[in-house]
Design a protein around this ligand. Structure first.
Ligand SMILES: [Zn+2]
Length: 491
């Protein structure tokens, strides 16, 4: 393994990678982009269709204003400049799942241009990835190659998806590693989810990604021949496909071969890409302006009205949490991974005796146990409200951290929230002053050196004594009482 890794490194050392990503996001409108058919997933095949989305002669498209609003909102969240005037165009090609013989898309005048997403860079800083454009278009139908008794000889077509509103988001070729591509996609999805314009469900195809990748010898100015990897259905697989593809291209070039411009498919179970079709010539889609639709006008007033509905976006929220709760970048990212998680945390933090203690508990004790159990926050037996109760008890000194850990263990074993497990197994805490004083005397007698240091002015030693007494009580002494009695005894 070590030699394989080393040879991969040596192989790639001479090359530079250039990656660009195209992401299609289905917009969560109630109806399709150019007709009134329901925009829902999972209906019986060919039930959500009408003359418009079936491409019947004479049927005319009517633009769904909600789709425009959502696409503008996504553009603003991705720092794109929205054009006041954009044009719909026909993209002509023949395919069984495209009944009109063309797709209504946008070509030379897209809805929005010149955006960016900042991603974490390998050096620990941030790298800005440009977004070339976001345009509106309609989705095609779906060819179904499997699942029928006669699938060996026939393909079926389901046109429910035809006319689903899509935002296509095209990045600049600014990405220089599979890891950066993964980060870009993760952040893009997070931002879109925060805006609420798509559910970004990759299993249902609400978010789809194509990657263009090429390599060139370091120092060479012109780009290498690019290969397109299509329809990869998870971000992890996109990263794996890119890693495989970069190595494949380096091996071809090293052995004196040339890269063929082509489209490839990734097979996750084999961990490799396969050639799907070669592109000897660029596609000629014979774009022309859609004669049945007026230019799309989104003036400054409308843009501002839409902007005012944008929520606080993940990056801004992270920076605020870092400032308010003293969190690390990584911890803030964990708490803001979904909007609902961040909202739950903030609502409980607002009620907690110590919001910082709550944050620390959630990120250490709770997250550690979730990780070990392979669970997400959303599946945790201990809810955010339960975590807040435990943080408050700890803050008041009503339970020790040792007991808290035990209660968390029990909560996970019995799948109970913290209030329930606390009620059930309420720790028998020692609050008897005499009993605690006895333990304190024993601890002080056994640590003369530390007592001397404390009396010489090193008052931070108090933590050591508290720890020793808690240990002697097997975590059951009331920590607040221990602290109080110790301070008194040490004068
Ligand atoms: Zn329709």
């Amino acid at each position: 393994m070590a030699t394989a890794a080393k040879s991969r490194e040596a192989l790639l050392a001479n090359y530079e990678t250039v990656i660009g990503l195209e992401v299609h996001v289905q917009l969560l409108t109630n109806t399709k982009i150019f007709c009134g058919c329901p925009n829902v997933f999972g209906s019986d095949p060919n039930t959500n269709v009408c003359p418009v989305c079936l491409g019947m002669p004479g049927a005319l498209p009517v633009l769904n204003e909600k789709a425009v609003e959502y696409a503008v909102k996504a553009s603003q969240a991705l720092n794109l400049r929205v054009n006041e005037r954009s044009i719909f165009a026909r993209k002509n090609y023949f395919y069984p799942d495209l009944p009109k013989g063309y797709q209504i898309s946008q070509f030379d005048r897209p809805l929005a241009e010149h955006g960016y997403i900042d991603v974490p860079a390998a050096d620990g800083g941030k790298k800005r990835i440009g977004i070339t454009r976001l345009h509106l278009e309609e989705d095609a139908g779906k060819s179904m190659h499997d699942g029928f008794v006669d699938s060996a000889s026939k393909t079926y077509v389901d046109l429910n998806r035809t006319g689903t509103p899509l935002a296509e988001i095209v990045s600049e070729p600014d990405l220089s590693s599979p890891d950066e591509a993964y980060e870009y996609l993760t952040r893009l999805k997070e931002i879109i989810l925060y805006t609420g314009v798509s559910d970004c469900n990759m299993e249902e195809g609400s978010l789809r990604c194509d990657a263009n990748v090429s390599i060139r010898p370091r120092g060479q100015k012109e780009l290498g021949t690019k290969v397109e990897i299509k329809n990869v259905n998870s971000f992890r697989f996109v990263r794996q496909a890119l890693e495989y593809e970069i190595q494949r291209q380096a091996e071809v070039l090293d052995s004196g071969g040339t890269i063929v411009q082509e489209t490839r498919l990734y097979n996750p179970s084999e961990g490799r890409t396969y050639s799907m079709r070669t592109k000897e010539r660029a596609h000629d889609y014979r774009y022309f302006p859609e004669p049945d639709l007026l230019p799309l006008i989104v003036d400054a007033t409308r843009q501002e009205a839409i902007r005012s509905t944008l929520p606080e976006l993940p990056e801004a929220k992270r920076q605020r949490l870092i400032a308010e709760y003293g969190l690390s970048d990584g911890d803030a990212a964990t708490l803001t991974a979904t909007q609902s998680r961040a909202a739950l945390f903030e609502s409980e933090a607002g009620k907690a005796k110590s919001p910082k203690r709550l944050a620390n508990l959630v990120l250490s004790e709770l997250q550690g146990r979730l990780k070990a159990a392979g669970l997400e926050f959303e599946d945790s037996p201990i809810t955010m409200a339960g975590a807040r109760m435990s943080a408050d008890l700890l803050e008041e000194g009503a339970i020790s951290s040792k007991i808290l850990k035990e209660l968390y263990d029990h909560a996970f074993e019995q799948k109970l929230d913290f209030p329930a497990i606390y009620e059930k197994e309420k720790p028998q805490q020692i609050s008897d002053t005499g009993e605690i004083e006895k333990m304190i005397d024993e601890v002080l007698a056994a640590s003369p050196k530390q007592v001397e240091q404390y009396k010489a002015g090193k008052t931070t030693m108090i933590g050591f004594f508290v720890g020793q007494v808690m240990k002697a009580s097997r975590g059951k002494a009331n920590p607040a009482l221990v602290n109080q009695l110790l301070t008194k005894k040490l004068g």
